[in-house]
Design a binder for this molecule. Structure first.
Ligand SMILES: Cc1ncc(COP(=O)(O)O)c(C=O)c1O
Length: 411
């Protein structure tokens, strides 16, 4: 069985070929990308230990992102379900409304250090794109966002925000017209423009350096949470469950990072993938459904594929989770058994949104609604001294039209 090494950051647990557990991740990239990827790897190796860079990052996390985000008890939901005490880390209160702002700010700072004026990125739910456009505006960079044509239609509020921030949205019409195609197109663009342009990948996917930068950035969430838990309980609770939705895996990696060395009997990690429409074979849950190892966007990972190894079709009500692959970090966490992965269907996520937004002053987007669905499932069966904390990592405003159509109202 694969093993996690103690006292080594999750992002650094790879071998010399950048493979986690000897099989996940790596840099499976064309010759033309080798040099820019190497240059970025060398630059980030220096920056992540550079005191000035870290001070700058922390300054903008505090004074621009609005860190720390709140940690609150969901009293009504707890009472309604009985059993475990339910809390939320309300990351959706970060500037822009989701965790994607951490990765975007760090990429913009790196772009400036690299002396580049152009930044490009991919987006699915539109949050990664909106945040990159915000960071570009903040730091005076010109920004281009690649987005699947299907996602442009279903995530209009975030597209409006990108345009208002001066970013150009490049619609992607190939394949499924969702995130997977947007990432591919963005990488293709970067190959021909890497001399002048920095590329940000919107989640913990892609060649190793992008996984590292993204997880290093979102780790801010668990740095804050550890302090907030100690303040609330005096120490880290004896029975703690950290529940997070998983698309590419950046919010979950950031939510769990600082807890990696705790025993899983004390701090359990639960990742919730998109189970797709009820009674449909389609989903976006490679870990839950036993998908095979394959290569996607330059990295080896469990990926939804057909018998010939072609990337399979996915379906999810949530654009942010609608991705056939999954971060190599989560493949590694699954195979080491440090994290447990499950899925929630579209309908379960909608019902979770309905219950949480009815009982609490919280309006989780469809992505974290998947995590709430799991909390709702397990809380009644757990003892009162169990603490569940859900990462409420996105705000539902972007999902207004989908929720209104499916539930008949939007709170
Ligand atoms: C609010 C929100 N949560 C979760 C996700 C899933 O991505 P990740 O697994 O990288 O956090 C997205 C992706 O766009 C998102 O916008």
């Amino acid at each position: 069985m694969l093993k996690l090494k103690k006292k080594i950051q999750l992002i650094d647990q790879h071998d010399k070929n950048y493979l986690y557990g000897g099989k996940f991740g790596g840099n499976f990239i064309p010759e033309t990308l080798k040099k820019p990827v190497e240059d970025l790897t060398d630059l980030f190796k220096k920056l992540r230990h550079d005191k000035k860079f870290i001070t700058e990052r922390d300054y903008y996390f505090k004074n621009y992102v609005g860190s720390p985000t709140p940690f609150i008890k969901l009293h009504h939901l707890t009472k309604h379900l009985g059993g475990a005490q339910i809390y939320a880390k309300v990351v959706s209160k970060a500037n822009g409304g989701a965790h994607k702002i951490y990765n975007a700010v760090v990429h913009a700072l790196i772009c400036k250090r690299a002396g580049k004026k152009y930044i490009v990125g991919d987006t699915g739910a539109g949050y990664a794109g909106k945040m990159l456009s915000m960071a570009a505006k903040k730091f005076g960079l010109k920004c281009k966002i690649f987005m699947g044509a299907k996602d442009i239609k279903r995530q209009k509020p975030n597209c409006d925000a990108m345009r208002q921030n001066g970013a150009e949205i490049v619609p992607v019409y190939s394949g499924s017209q969702t995130l997977v195609d947007a990432v591919s197109e963005c990488m293709r663009y970067w190959v021909s423009n890497c001399d002048t342009t920095h590329m940000a990948v919107g989640s913990t996917v892609g060649p190793n350096i992008f996984i590292k930068i993204c997880a290093w950035s979102t780790a801010q969430i668990s740095r804050e949470l550890i302090i907030q838990l100690k303040k609330e309980f005096g120490s880290i609770p004896k029975k703690l469950k950290l529940i997070n939705c998983v698309g590419g895996g950046s919010s979950a990696a950031g939510f769990w990072n600082e807890f990696m060395d705790y025993d899983k009997k004390q701090v359990e990690f639960i990742g919730v993938e998109a189970g797709g429409p009820k009674n449909s074979k389609l989903h976006a849950a490679p870990l839950t459904n036993g998908s095979k190892l394959g290569i996607l966007h330059g990295a080896a990972q469990y990926v939804i594929q057909d018998k010939d190894g072609q990337i399979g079709e996915t379906s999810s009500i949530s654009a942010g989770l609608d991705y056939p692959g999954i971060s190599p970090l989560h493949c590694f966490l699954k195979d080491t058994k440090r994290a447990r992965y499950t899925s929630a269907t579209d309908e379960e996520a909608l019902q979770a949104y309905k219950l949480v937004s009815k009982l609490e002053d919280l309006s989780p987007s469809l992505e974290p609604s998947h995590a709430f669905a799991e909390a709702i499932k397990i809380a009644p069966k757990l003892s009162k001294d169990t603490i569940i904390c859900v990462n409420s990592c996105g705000d539902a405003k972007k999902d207004r039209s989908i929720i209104k159509k499916r539930l008949g109202y939007f709170k």
